[in-house]
Design a protein around this ligand. Structure first.
Ligand code: BGC
Length: 795
């Protein structure tokens, strides 16, 4: 199918590209018509250029140089210390070909480059933004796009070309150590957030890389793990977010994942990389590997045959040349990959040799990070209006995490920021605080902190156990309960790349010292008629069922980046009315997570590492499972309280053209009213119950959402929700089609995935509608593997 103009994104670099054209002698335009710098234009430029390159030069483009700054990279100009990789350039002075190397840097929570450089007294700090899970909790695509704009400004100002973000894997299981980089358990929310981030970052004329395509939903043995699942499972849950981002934002690049799917590395799967991604979704950007992924040491050519363009940090030039010599790889295939790479290269700041300022407005960005963090935090519990805490209230702040506050997770998703505002500092800037307690925790931390070396070229981090409730702390609690007005207990969890978390005390569960702290503080404060609030500065979901009833309030702060302490204090004080809602379910226990029986996989060869990871719950991930099988949760997906309340009225269908097929859609509206006493924003969600004819379906699925602007008490706003047929459709494996089944549909316009109090609006389809055809047999289970033994959670 031809690429249509509506899918093309023009990049406003015309002046500089004209300059680049002079430099490389290939950008002349003979006609008087204005040049539209869209993807077709860049591709034409790339085709012209590639015709001038030797095979060796083309292989340089496909083969990323070594790991680390300028490690053998060809034609690096204006190097940036601490980038994760490069795309080799080409330099041929004889005939004026001068393609500078491109600089690629992580990651999802902000630009990861070195803050310091050899023989240079200047600093190159970047803003540490709220983690993906927190940004998604905003349910606010405009906010996320504005964070992306600011993040991309730092990419541009510091001279990086392509950001290795956003992370768009699905939070299948709460123990995935890398969930913090990802948005949600739901593909629609993931896709919309990813698209907003891509559009924001790329508005600066730099690229993004949506990652890790696909199925990298756990870290244990991530380089070898084999995800076994049905094509429908992968398409509806694990691929759909990527598909939405490709459709709505056309990112410059996509990164394939480490894992295998149904027996073959994703980066060797032609069905995934070429048939689904390029042919079905019309992705026309650059596909790169994850770092050292797959069987790169022996069979790099298979990645190119599958349709992947760039192997990072490959150093596979000789290997690919040998594959050509042996007849395993054709030069035509190499040329095709080189065109994909050059098409993006020609859009880049390095290619245009744009000046680098090295001076992004870090102060303005810190303010935006703080606002985004505060607005996105989720108020899980607020009995008897425990929060907001009046500015005059005296606050007793407990917990080691108030000192050891985590700005983000570890690994390549870390950011070298100027520092982190701790929760202790944030509280002290807003409230009269108990100084003795803060000193106690500060001293305890200094005496007991443990340093963990960084991995994957990133910085290390400190952890510290919670202080035991011994005589000294017991005394401090007693004094605080009589002298202070309210207790705040901060609990933290760190995790990151390369390892998963565990369902154990001190990780998913509270440690004994944390439980003892909650008990002692709650008993002492409640005895005085005073309230206790818990702040969760966590990397991912933890248990709340065992202790939530003991406290009056819970604020899920996740990790809000460098401004975490200020953002927490903004919400606790009511300076910001929280409007975040959960982007992932909080299950009642880990055992109730449907993938808890399969995660992190089965060890089939007895080497102590899991090999096969069965996607046993099929499409019933997260709230799709809890709602369909009527399982209680601690806090449902989409849930979040506010300091005000909202009414939902007049749900209606504004238009319905679903019967038109692929181009059809349904538009719903509802009126949201602030029925409480303070100003606030509300994220409304549309869940659909669809008819089951040939296909079983989750009881409800998120199909649209929208957020109001700040509404003053009594104010109303009509929200509009558009659901395209493609989003409403389910995947029919038997026909390889996305279809809408005939029958009656219910649409719940609801404050959360608990739709029990919502009256739906209904609509009917009289016949089946085929939205699109797909590649027959793509992503099929390995031969001999029976679907019924893989997907054990069924209706
Ligand atoms: C990670 C990627 C990252 C890359 C470069 C890999 O280990 O999985 O997400 O972009 O390293 O740092």
């Amino acid at each position: 199918m031809p690429i249509t103009t509506t899918r093309m994104k023009a990049v406003s670099l015309s002046v500089s590209l004209a300059l680049a054209g002079i430099l490389v002698g290939c950008n002349q335009n003979d006609s008087d018509a204005p040049i539209v710098k869209d993807d077709a234009y860049y591709r034409a430029q790339a085709e012209t250029m590639v015709a001038r390159l030797t095979l060796a030069e083309k292989l340089d483009l496909l083969s990323g140089p070594g790991y680390g700054s300028a490690n053998g990279a060809v034609n690096v100009k204006q190097d940036v210390a601490g980038v994760a990789g490069y795309i080799n350039g080409v330099s041929r002075s004889a005939d004026g070909i001068d393609i500078p190397a491109l600089k690629l840097a992580d990651g999802p929570a902000g630009l990861r480059i070195s803050a310091n450089r050899d023989d240079d007294s200047a600093t190159y700090h970047a803003t540490a933004w709220p983690i993906g899970s927190l940004l998604a909790s905003s349910w606010d695509v405009e906010l996320v796009e504005s964070v992306g704009e600011a993040m991309g400004d730092e990419v541009r100002q510091y001279g990086v070309d392509i950001l290795l973000a956003p992370g768009m894997n699905i939070q299948r299981n709460p123990l995935n150590g890398r969930n913090f980089e990802y948005y949600s358990e739901d593909p629609l929310l993931t896709g919309k957030m990813g698209a907003a981030m891509v559009n924001g970052v790329e508005s600066n004329g730099v690229g993004t890389t949506i990652k890790h395509f696909f199925g990298n939903n756990s870290e244990t043995n991530r380089n070898q793990i084999n995800d076994i699942g049905e094509p429908r499972t992968f398409r509806e849950i694990y691929l759909r977010g990527f598909q939405i981002a490709v459709d709505e934002a056309q990112p410059w690049a996509i990164m394939t994942s480490y894992n295998k799917v149904n027996g073959t590395y994703v980066n060797e799967r032609r069905d995934a990389v070429t048939e689904v991604l390029r042919d079905e979704w019309q992705f026309d950007g650059l596909v790169m590997s994850d770092w050292f992924a797959g069987d790169v040491a022996n069979n790099a050519y298979k990645q190119v045959l599958a349709g992947q363009d760039l192997i990072e940090p490959g150093n596979v030039k000789e290997q690919l040349q040998q594959s050509i010599d042996h007849g395993d790889l054709s030069e035509a295939k190499v040329t095709e990959a080189a065109i994909h790479i050059l098409t993006q290269v020609m859009k880049s700041p390095s290619y245009s040799q744009l000046a680098v300022s090295n001076s992004p407005d870090l102060t303005a960005h810190a303010a935006l990070a703080r606002q985004a963090g505060a607005e996105s935090m989720v108020l899980l519990r607020n009995e008897a209006a425990a929060m907001p805490i009046a500015a005059t209230s005296k606050v007793a702040s407990f917990g080691i995490n108030q000192i050891n506050t985590y700005k983000g997770g570890t690994g390549s998703g870390d950011v070298n920021a100027t520092g982190t505002t701790t929760i202790a500092q944030g509280l002290a800037s807003r409230f009269p605080v108990n100084g003795a307690l803060q000193s106690y925790y500060g001293d305890f931390y200094e005496a007991n902190k443990v340093y963990h070396e960084g991995q994957f070229g990133s910085k290390g981090f400190y952890s510290c156990t919670e202080a035991a409730v011994g005589p000294e702390l017991t005394g401090l609690i007693a004094t605080a309960a009589s002298e202070q007005d309210v207790a705040v207990i901060s609990l933290g969890r760190q995790a990151g790349e390369g390892a998963d978390r565990s369902n154990s005390k001190g990780d998913y569960l509270l440690g004994d010292d944390e439980t003892a702290l909650i008990d002692a503080v709650s008993n002492a404060f409640h005895a005085q008629g005073k309230k206790v609030v818990v702040v969760l500065n966590v990397n991912g979901v933890i248990d709340t069922a065992e202790w939530s009833h003991k406290v009056d309030g819970i604020l899920l702060a996740y990790m809000a980046g460098q401004e975490t302490g200020h953002a927490v204090a903004d919400v606790l004080s009511g300076a910001v009315n929280p409007s975040g809602k959960l982007a992932q379910s909080f299950p009642q226990s880990y055992a109730s997570v449907p993938s808890s029986t399969s995660f992190p996989g089965e060890d089939t060869d007895g080497d102590g590492e899991p090999d096969d990871l069965y996607y046993n719950e099929g499409i019933y991930v997260g709230y799709r499972y809890y709602s369909t099988f009527d399982k209680a949760v601690s806090y449902p997906f989409g849930f979040g309280l506010s300091y005000t309340s909202f009414g939902y009225t007049s749900p209606a269908i504004a238009s319905n053209t679903l019967a038109d097929g692929a181009a059809g859609s349904i538009v719903l509206t509802a009126t949201i009213t602030n029925t409480g006493g303070v100003a606030g924003k509300e994220a409304a969600q549309v869940y659909i119950t669809a008819p089951e004819v040939k296909l079983k379906k989750p009881t409800i699925e998120l199909k649209a959402f929208a957020k109001t602007k700040q509404l003053t008490p009594g104010a109303t706003e009509q929200l509009s929700f558009t659901i395209p047929a493609s989003i409403l459709a389910s995947f029919d494996e038997a026909s390889n089609q996305w279809i809408l089944e005939p029958g009656s549909y219910s649409a719940y316009i609801s404050p959360s995935s608990d739709v029990s109090a919502t009256t739906p609006v209904t609509f009917k389809l009289s016949k089946e509608i085929v939205v699109s055809n797909t590649t027959a047999g793509a992503l099929a289970l390995p031969s001999g593997v029976d679907a019924a033994t893989v997907t054990t959670v069924t209706k």
